[in-house]
Design a protein around this ligand. Structure first.
Ligand SMILES: NC(=O)C1=CN([C@@H]2O[C@H](COP(=O)(O)OP(=O)(O)OC[C@H]3O[C@@H](n4cnc5c(N)ncnc54)[C@H](OP(=O)(O)O)[C@@H]3O)[C@@H](O)[C@H]2O)C=CC1
Ligand SMILES: O=C(O)C1=N[C@H](C(=O)O)C[C@H](O)C1
Length: 252
């Protein structure tokens, strides 16, 4: 019989970490061997005999955590935001020196969100205008959301490949922030509102029509199937995978 995956959760008392602790504890093929908070030394992961790490911490901590995991040959599933192009490039270089180790950085673990981003990239080839509105709980520390950044990147790449010009915009005067953030040429607007969890709309406009692709996470339980899929898959995918879509066969 295959032994259970020995999993350490970093950020275990946070909103996502607490949910991941529950999900891993109840998965028949996994054993939760360590739960770490901000003040725990990372050596606790090694002492517990973990083979897999889930990072659900903060943008300032995640890079050091993941590098520690990789340097010790542990596979990592990362949901934390803040993984810029430069950080991902550095991590990919580190992984080349640890060829048996896998890392998944998933800006969003919810299947519906991953699908919505893929649909948006497909649709964005056919519409003149596209903008993103992401809406989150007011305790979120980063804006725009990692999901919105990833969606904008996918949209920009699809439009560039299809030769679609920039979305039209005649704005001449503008209060700072009024037109949102520019992510690879796609405008992203961030809403922070009590009562929300994680939501995103991609607005696509053409002459006389609009298509809206909306995804809502009403509960952090929505992210857990993706976390478990990541844990079950990451060891068989050495190197860096960016986006849970890398583990899904969306083209079929
Ligand atoms: N990929 C996805 O699907 C999702 C990703 N996220 C992302 O996950 C991250 C966490 O979100 P959320 O749970 O809401 O945030 P929280 O602030 O609720 O949780 C973060 C936790 O990490 C802890 N922490 C900080 N530094 C370290 C460290 N070095 N080692 C261990 N623990 C540490 C914090 O401890 P303390 O309280 O002591 O500061 C806190 O408990 C964010 O980047 C968020 O954007 C969120 C939802 C879904
Ligand atoms: O902080 C959150 O809550 C979320 N963070 C991730 C992001 O920034 O995209 C994923 C999801 O949107 C929830």
């Amino acid at each position: 019989m295959t032994p259970p995956l020995a999993v350490a959760v970093l950020g275990a008392s946070g909103r996502m970490g607490a949910e991941a602790v529950k999900a891993v504890s109840t998965a028949a093929d996994m054993e939760l061997v360590a739960s770490l908070g901000r003040h725990d030394p990372l050596e606790k992961i090694l002492e517990a005999g973990a083979t897999h790490v889930v990072d659900l911490t903060v943008p300032d901590s995640t890079e050091a955590n993941v590098r520690f995991a990789v340097e010790h040959g542990l596979h990592a599933v990362v949901g934390t935001t803040g993984w810029t192009d430069a950080r991902r490039a550095d991590l990919a270089a580190l992984l080349e020196r640890h060829p048996g180790t896998g890392v998944l950085i998933a800006p969003n673990f919810a299947l519906g969100s991953v699908l919505a981003s893929a649909f948006a990239a497909t649709a964005a080839r056919y519409f003149e205008s596209v903008e993103i509105v992401e809406l989150h709980h007011p305790n979120k520390v980063d804006a725009p959301s990692g999901t919105a950044v990833r969606t904008a990147e996918l949209i920009a790449a699809a439009r560039a490949e299809a030769g679609v010009p920039a979305s039209p915009d005649a704005t001449e005067t503008c209060l700072e922030g009024a037109r949102g953030a520019d992510v690879d040429g796609v405008r992203v607007h961030s809403v922070r509102l009590r009562g929300l969890v994680a939501h995103q709309e991609v607005l696509l406009g053409g002459a006389g029509e609009q298509l809206t692709l909306r995804h809502d996470s009403y509960d952090r339980a929505s992210f857990m199937p993706g976390v478990l899929l990541g844990l079950r898959t990451v060891a068989s995918r050495p190197g860096l995978t960016y986006g849970l879509d890398g583990y899904l066969e969306l083209g079929r």
